[in-house]
Design a protein around this ligand. Structure first.
Ligand code: Z5A
Ligand code: MG
Length: 240
């Protein structure tokens, strides 16, 4: 990197440090989405660590959906891992969609509280996964409008990072194929559904084929820019 670029990165980081630590503000809601194995969990952990290292304090925490620890999450986990005592089809498509939405709805009080105390939250999958995976099943009645309706009103992210990757590249990464939806043809439909619902107003589509580090730096830069813009803007409802 040339030295003027280095100087501007340093100045940017200094401003970020000052703002993150010194100014009372609400936290920023940052969502990471993408097909399976696009690197969401890797980048969610990395972004939280990078943001906290930048500020020298805990100004960001992570959250993930599904949260497999709650009662709804345990049902979802049994479904995804196909350990639900049958061949895995004991929960029908509508019901599992509603369970995923309930799993998010029950987390909203805590999410709101965390954001309002000034901590940013980096979320690994959100309602967009809900719509993309259910809609990709192509079953009657599971149109996009129906899929979106049950999540309408949860907190709208300030920014969504969509980690875009060709599905054959994703499929070549570690442990692909162990859970229910991990088939490349299905993942292709999921990617299309994600791109259909991408809202240019707050989505950033990123190249997830980059190295972990290069993508991590790009996301840090974009996240700090969003955090600096959030100030005390009121939280907005999603899809309303
Ligand atoms: N689902 C749904 O149907 N409805 C909903 O509402 C929601 C979810 C919320 C649970 O997913 C499933 O639930 C999911 C969607 C559905 N479908 N399936 N199957 P999950 O989030 O619990 O799944 P996961 O186990 O975390 O896997 P993942 O999300 O598919 O992977 P990832 O988080 O995107 O990738 P990763 O774990 O960070 O990385 C995967 C591997 O790639 C790993 O070996 C990394 O070291 C490697 N990696 C990561 N980044 C890179 C780069 N840049 N280069 C090379 N290698 C990399
Ligand atoms: Mg993951």
């Amino acid at each position: 990197m040339s030295s003027p670029q280095m100087r501007s990165l340093k100045a940017f980081k200094a401003l970020a440090h000052q703002t993150l630590v010194a100014t009372p503000r609400r936290g920023t809601l940052i969502v990471i989405e993408g097909v399976d194995r696009s690197g969401k969990s890797t980048q969610a952990a990395s972004l939280v660590a990078r943001l906290n290292a930048l500020s020298g304090a805990v100004t960001a925490v992570s959250m993930r959906f599904p949260d497999r620890t709650t009662q709804t999450g345990k049902l979802i986990d049994a479904y995804l891992t196909q350990k639900d005592g049958t061949d895995g089809d004991s929960i029908d498509d509508r019901t599992i969609h509603l369970l995923f939405a309930a799993n998010r709805a029950e987390a909203m009080v805590q999410l709101r509280k965390t954001l309002m105390t000034g901590t940013s939250v980096v979320v690994d999958r959100y309602a967009f996964s809900g719509v993309a995976y259910t809609h990709a099943k192509g079953a009657a009645g599971l149109d996009i409008e129906w899929c979106m309706a049950v999540d309408a009103g949860i907190i709208r992210p300030d920014v969504v990072f969509f980690l875009d990757i060709p599905t054959d590249v994703a499929a070549s990464r570690g442990e692909f194929g162990q859970e229910r939806y991990e088939r490349q043809d299905f993942q292709e439909k999921v990617r299309t559904a994600f791109l259909d619902i991408a809202d240019k107003a707050y989505w950033k589509i990123l190249d997830a084929r980059q190295s972990k580090d290069a993508l991590g730096e790009e996301m840090l830069h974009l996240a700090v820019t969003e955090i600096l813009k959030t100030e005390n803007k009121p939280l907005q409802p999603l899809w309303q």
